[in-house]
Design a protein around this ligand. Structure first.
Ligand code: BES
Ligand code: MN
Ligand code: ZN
Length: 497
């Protein structure tokens, strides 16, 4: 989709806009939006509402052709619900409905002139993102591994948004497009099967991003990881035939002396559970266990496209978690990169084992902040469902600030987080008789003990942990990667510039 801005002012009116289709809003109780009123010179829109052909309920549509009051070839009426309180939900469903019709039209260009800036507590940036993200969502296909490709989307290819044409809206549009492109990459990586999307594939994707956007990319292999004493990370990869890859990707868009933000991604390209083998049903979904890594790469695509003026470093620990004769066994004790020894009581709690060494590695960048992103615990889905990512930080002033930044970036983009606790009570549950730490606690509060485990490796900097087990993908009929939390991470970084 090709996006642009179409400002309506005194010279440039809705009435004279030449386009294949213009979408305007109508409401329940036969009420018209200002844009609909402007096109209703001959009373056709009023008549359509009166006839009952469209109720005005959020998400309803009616396509009119040859409307006398409009230069546009078609006018699409889009219901937005109640005229008094335009909610985010009805606005988003109106946008989705309009885009769905656009995709079936015999027209190649359209204007979306819905009053999205009237949504309570939302601004023009939100309106722009809503349309751009909606259009990407609609156009996204998961057919890369099908021999017969899904039919290419028909209809509108050029979409103009009716918002004021200012430097701020142009920037907002560029950012929205970058975020949507970043999400597409994250989705592609998540949806690819694990026999293709291996640690090596993730490393090659990082290299390709490096070529495209000028990032500095470094890939460490097993020998180098051994030299760094990343024995916790390496213990997870023992059972796998696929070589582990440790990926470092740098976008130094800020001042040379500015401390970077470091994003650390869990990159388990398939999680069988290892010797603590998972149950069979649904195990295919563990191909998404690299969702944290995929969101780091998607975010890098977005910040590369925007050429964001900020220093950002991505660190990805990528490997498979497989059972075999060489695999780590429950009870095995390993020594992590920072020296803490870990008793691996459950080989399925592998995310924290790869992340702890990646978090120790991040110390060398003297970071301004570190955020790790991981499909870490099934318990996070139990706690929060698929709505919010779990957000964990310490509770001193610096960490409260970082948590607030992430929470508000989530609010801005609808890619929301919810805070969950860590602290001494959870740390105590990770005591081991034989090592410094056990890798699991008792069954209750498993997301919190997992985060508390990570906290032990983050004492040198300001840190937050995002558990995206519930938000990175959808199960069921619409099974697939969601592209989250790329919007959250990217706006968090934008806000830091
Ligand atoms: N990758 C899983 C977490 C997960 C489960 C994400 C389901 C998405 C959906 C993680 O490695 C894992 O297996 N965690 C265990 C931890 C347990 C052994 C303490 C879990 O959640 O069961
Ligand atoms: Mn696991
Ligand atoms: Zn896992």
């Amino acid at each position: 989709m090709d996006f642009s801005i179409k400002a309506f002012d005194t010279k440039n009116t809705i009435v004279t806009a030449k386009t294949g289709c213009i979408a305007v809003a109508v409401y329940e109780n036969k009420k018209l939006s200002d844009a609909a009123k402007a096109l209703d010179g001959a009373g056709e829109i009023t008549a359509a509402l009166k006839s009952g052909d469209i109720s005005g309920k959020a998400g309803t549509t009616l396509l009119l052709r040859a409307v006398k009051g409009a230069a546009a070839e078609r006018v699409l009426l889009v219901g937005l619900g109640s005229a008094d309180a335009l909610s985010e939900k009805s606005a988003a469903s109106g946008v989705a409905a309009a885009l769905k019709v656009f995709a079936t039209l015999g027209a190649s260009d359209a204007i979306i002139a819905l009053p999205l800036t009237e949504v309570k507590d939302r601004d023009v940036n939100w309106a722009i993102r809503c349309v751009v993200q909606g259009a990407h969502e609609g156009a996204y296909r998961t057919d890369t591994q099908k021999s017969k490709k899904d039919p290419a989307p028909a209809g509108v290819k050029k979409l103009a948004l009716a918002v004021p044409n200012t430097a701020a809206t142009k920037l907002a549009l560029a950012q929205a497009i970058a975020i949507a492109n970043g999400m597409d990459l994250t989705k592609d990586l998540g949806n690819l099967s694990a026999n293709i999307c291996t640690p090596t594939y993730l490393a090659n994707t990082a290299k390709k991003l490096g070529k495209d956007y000028g990032f500095d990319v470094e890939i460490l292999d097993r020998k180098q990881l051994e030299a760094l004493k990343m024995n916790s990370f390496l213990s997870v990869t023992n059972g796998s035939e696929q070589p582990p890859k440790f990926i470092i990707i740098k976008h130094m868009g800020g001042k040379a002396k500015d401390a970077p933000v470091v994003l650390v991604g869990k990159g388990i390209t398939f999680d069988t559970g290892g010797i603590s083998l998972k149950a069979g049903p649904g195990m295919d979904e563990m191909k998404y266990d690299m969702g944290g890594a995929a969101s780091v790469l998607g975010t890098f695509r977005a910040i590369g496209e925007m050429n964001l003026k900020l220093n950002v470093i991505g660190v990805i620990a990528a490997c498979e978690n497989m059972p075999s004769g060489r695999a780590t066994k429950p009870g095995d004790i390993v020594s992590s990169m920072n020296g803490l020894t870990i008793e691996i009581l459950n080989t399925d709690a592998e995310g924290r084992l790869v992340l702890c060494d990646a978090l120790t590695y991040a110390e060398r960048f003297k970071p301004a902040a570190v955020v790790d992103i991981a499909t870490l615990t099934g318990a996070c889905i139990v706690a929060l469902g698929h709505h919010h990512s779990g957000l964990f930080t310490r509770d001193d002033a610096a960490h409260e600030k970082l948590a607030a930044e992430l929470q508000s970036a989530g609010q801005q983009t609808g890619d929301t987080t919810w805070r969950l606790p860590i602290g001494e009570l959870y740390n105590e549950q990770l005591k081991s008789n034989f090592a410094d730490l056990a890798n699991i606690g008792p069954p209750g509060g498993a997301s919190c003990t997992a985060a508390a485990f990570l906290e032990n490796f983050t004492r040198e900097y300001t840190w937050a942990h995002l558990d995206i087990a519930g938000t990175a993908w959808k199960s069921g009929g619409a099974k697939g990667s969601t592209g989250r939390p790329v919007p959250l991470l990217t706006s968090f970084l934008i806000n830091r510039v």
